[in-house]
Design a protein around this ligand. Structure first.
Ligand SMILES: [Zn+2]
Length: 126
């Protein structure tokens, strides 16, 4: 049986637990139906929702409530609102992985040869 890990609750669930999403390689939505129901919400339910995703600076047309620290509960001080794109990209990556990946792609656009050897092009400690 095909299973997939939900990107919000991190549980492995059968394919039937996910909605179809033909934009993704496996044809399944990144979040299980249960999470989608619980955590997607209408903008009208939350008038304070910003217009832009604070992470990607793109219009927040598909806001998703996510935990800031996934090991803590759904308390007001542990919830943030991001675009579903930001949540998809973050997936289960760590902070270091996100930073290194961003620096790699930035370096790749500046100096392909150095970047592909794993050398830093820009010193990010500046
Ligand atoms: Zn889930």
């Amino acid at each position: 049986m095909q299973t997939k890990q939900c990107k919000l609750c991190y549980e492995d669930k059968p394919a039937e637990a996910f909605s179809k999403d033909t934009r993704l390689a496996d044809g399944l939505a990144p979040y299980c139906k249960e999470c989608k129901k619980a955590r997607y919400y209408r903008r009208s339910d939350m008038p304070d929702t910003p217009d832009l995703c604070p992470a990607l600076h793109i219009p927040l047309t598909d806001p998703v409530k996510v935990k800031i620290n996934k090991n803590k509960g759904w308390t007001e001080d542990n919830i943030m609102i991001l675009s579903s794109r930001a949540v998809e990209l973050k997936a289960d990556a760590t902070l270091s992985e996100i930073v290194w990946l961003g620096e790699f792609y930035r370096d790749l656009s500046l100096n392909k040869e150095k970047a592909l050897k794993g050398e830093k092009v820009l010193d990010s400690s500046l």
